[in-house]
Design a binder for this molecule. Structure first.
Ligand SMILES: [Zn+2]
Length: 446
């Protein structure tokens, strides 16, 4: 795993050093995090120092001499992490703003309006977006006529024969999709009966994505669908199978196919009768959670007769996959009921630990694993040459996962985020919501 990472990072280090020298004058002052605990995206460094110059991390280690004018942050009792990555969301509205305030500096969208995504990507490439998370997007997903993804009230193109797979995928890439998201889910585990791609179509779409050097990630529901998707060549699964627990043999099968899995436990919990409402009583979360997020944490999905999905199966599968060294990715599936942009990722981390991952494994799911799986070589790790997308928290999330919520500051490309303005905006939104829900003053009777 470490070998793989080093190989992948080499080109980005070279590029970043070049970039750093080009960009240093236009960026914020240098920052030295002194004697801080570091989670580097894979491992824990109990105490070290990290220097940020321009938009990159330039040095890690003891005895770093800060450049003149550098801000020095005493790291005692604090932990520095790479900015978090939400590997499954559906981006719209203020999603990317909400995300970064919770320390999520990159969001991997799994189905949204491609025009909106392209506009955001343009700003991102122009070097804007310092107050919003970066976006990578699947654009429009690939599904069968009437299949999952077609129920949201706006028309989308659908796929109904394997021969049109390449042109379908190419149309998505022309629209700007970074990777291809495919729905392979007949709805049975949710008590539904939905059209879905057949195996030949599934394989044809995956092959078509690979032909263009793009990842193909598959939304699945059942264990059988998960097996089919892996067999067809999927790079990753979106959702842990939730009907039957995947055992060690299943996990070995996934590992042997070099696939990753984004279990999305928080949305499976809220879809199987559980709740993520505990988030709203956490004061570290509630102050930064919009009225929409607060409301959404309390929502859950309707259940249907004949449903076999259960949270215990998803948890057990996640644990088995981790034991088999399958890369696990943290994803919220926000804004589905029970989830939220940004703050919701901290719930997903808690649930990954609840499923049996160690806190460092859960943190890797939201940093190094996600970056490596999606070939985002410049982020997800704290390394010399990596982007300075950083999250500083008080306490030790490598032993207590909930400490990721004690956010002290967030940096994107070396710029410290102004969280006070956001806090005021959220407070105002809550006040407006309260006013709107207050009973109208009673009119005196005439
Ligand atoms: Zn989703």
């Amino acid at each position: 795993m470490i070998l793989r990472r080093v190989t992948k990072l080499l080109p980005s280090v070279a590029i970043s050093v070049l970039f750093f020298f080009c960009a240093r004058d236009t960026f914020a002052q240098a920052v030295l995090f002194q004697d801080v605990r570091v989670f580097d995206g894979l491992n824990v460094l109990p105490s070290t120092s990290v220097l940020v110059e321009g938009e990159r991390i330039t040095k890690i280690g003891h005895g770093i001499t800060p450049p003149p004018g550098a801000e020095i942050i005493d790291g005692t009792g604090k932990t520095l992490l790479p900015g978090l990555i939400d590997a499954h969301a559906h981006v719209f509205g203020v999603a990317l703003e909400d995300a970064i305030e919770a320390g999520v500096t990159t969001v991997l969208d799994m189905f949204t309006d491609p025009n909106m995504a392209a506009a955001v990507r343009k700003q991102q490439e122009d070097g804007k977006m310092l107050d919003r998370a970066d976006l990578y997007s699947a654009g429009i997903l690939v599904t069968a006529p009437g299949g999952h993804g077609t129920e949201y009230g706006f028309p989308i193109p659908t796929l109904s024969d394997p021969d049109s797979a390449q042109s379908f995928v190419d149309a998505r890439l022309t629209e700007g999709s970074d990777y291809i998201k495919i729905v392979y889910d007949n709805g049975h585990i949710w008590g539904l009966n939905l059209p879905t791609l057949n195996k030949a179509e599934l394989k044809a779409v995956i092959d078509a994505a690979h032909k263009r050097d793009r990842l193909a990630v598959i939304h699945i529901g059942s264990l059988e669908e998960a097996r089919d998707a892996i067999e067809a060549g999927a790079d990753g699964l979106m959702h842990a199978p939730a009907d039957i627990a995947g055992d060690a043999a299943f996990a070995k099968f996934v590992r042997e196919h070099h696939a990753f899995v984004c279990p999305t436990l928080s949305v499976i919990l809220s879809a199987t009768g559980g709740s993520n409402a505990s988030m709203i009583s956490d004061t570290n979360i509630s102050a930064y959670a919009s009225p929409f997020a607060i409301k959404n944490f309390q929502r859950s999905f309707p259940t249907h007769p004949g449903e076999t999905a259960n949270f215990a199966a998803a948890q057990a599968t996640t644990k088995a996959l981790q034991l088999a060294h399958v890369p696990i990715l943290a994803g919220t599936d926000a804004p589905n009921p029970g989830t939220a942009f940004g703050v919701g990722l901290h719930r997903e981390l808690e649930l990954l630990v609840g499923a049996g991952l160690t806190p460092p494994h859960a943190l890797a799911a939201a940093t190094g694993n996600a970056a490596d799986a999606f070939h985002l070589h410049d982020r997800g790790h704290i390394c010399a040459g990596c982007r300075a997308d950083l999250l500083l928290v008080s306490g030790d999330p490598t032993t207590d996962i909930k400490a990721t919520r004690n956010i002290l500051a967030v940096w994107k490309r070396g710029h410290k985020l102004d969280r006070t303005a956001y806090l005021a905006k959220i407070a105002q939104e809550h006040e407006n919501t309260l006013k709107a829900s207050a009973p109208a003053p009673t009119q005196p009777k005439e």
